[in-house]
Design a protein. Structure first.
Length: 269
């Protein structure tokens, strides 16, 4: 069954990619056109982009000092092709009634409280003000969930935790154990693999010194996962390049399973 799902997913992704790339980004009045200059990989909206569904993929738009000299903003790495391709897989491989496009949520906006699930990329480069931290604290206390990805090595982890400690001064992280429900929602993921970025997939499989992969979590007082951290991995690349024959299918399949499990956990806990 898993193999058949992978094959059908690949076919669907190729078809979706053809539709997404049929015209230059911004040429059809895309919903997030104002943010496309900040994005690494913007694509056109699909025909049903305006339809509201029960679940939306929230992409956190935060601030980083690296934004001023990077060719794209740190929050917008892999955006928004990665988000769209994950949503194709989520709709195909689960019963989640998901929108076809992401919701970009600015860290300075109370719209964050409308999104029970968010995705934060290159989060080792974020810098939070007191107001940002307070808003995120309220978000998590109200049941919000965030999956973080594409940050590597000890320095980036420490920078990430500086932000976390600003949100929750006494926060501690754990390595998520194999028997945790988050690894057993739609897929059983006792055996997990390091998901590499496209730039290192045919090389060492890791980047910037982040040799050992970690599936970590920040928990609330009741043991619920508030932040699921994919450290020393690049799950977003595996979604973004799922339609690229040069990117190995086994990594994309693993990335979809992991992301789908995290969505289902967030929506049920």
């Amino acid at each position: 069954m898993a193999k058949l799902r992978s094959v059908s997913l690949s076919i669907g992704l190729f078809a979706a990619a053809a539709a997404l790339f049929c015209a230059p980004p911004g040429s059809r009045g895309n919903r997030w056109a104002r943010y496309e200059p900040e994005m690494q990989d913007p694509v056109n909206d699909p025909p049903d982009a305006g339809e509201k569904r029960e679940f939306a993929f929230g992409r956190l738009r935060y601030r980083s000092p690296r934004d001023s000299w990077s060719p794209y903003a740190r929050w917008a790495i892999d955006c928004n092709k990665s988000d769209r391709q994950f949503l194709i897989g989520l709709r195909r491989l689960s019963r989640v009634d998901a929108q076809s496009i992401e919701e970009i949520v600015d860290i300075e906006s109370d719209e964050i409280f409308d999104q029970p699930w968010m995705f934060g990329v290159a989060i080792g480069d974020w810098v939070l003000t007191d107001a940002h931290a307070l808003r995120l604290r309220k978000y998590f206390e109200r049941g919000g969930f965030m999956m973080t990805d594409d940050f590597h090595n000890d320095r980036e982890w420490e920078e990430f935790m500086i932000g976390v400690k600003k949100i929750f001064p006494h926060a501690e992280w754990i390595e998520i154990p194999n028997d945790h429900p988050i690894f057993h929602m739609n897929y059983n993921l006792e055996s997990r693999v390091q998901i590499p970025g496209q730039n290192v997939v045919h090389g060492p499989g890791y980047e910037r010194g982040g040799v050992v992969p970690h599936w970590r979590a920040i928990l609330d007082s009741k043991g619920r996962v508030m932040i699921a951290a994919c450290h020393n991995m690049d799950v977003g690349d595996a979604w973004e390049f799922a339609d690229d024959p040069d990117y190995p299918e086994r990594f994309s399949s693993e990335a979809y399973r992991l992301g789908i499990n995290y969505v289902l956990y967030a929506m049920t806990h």
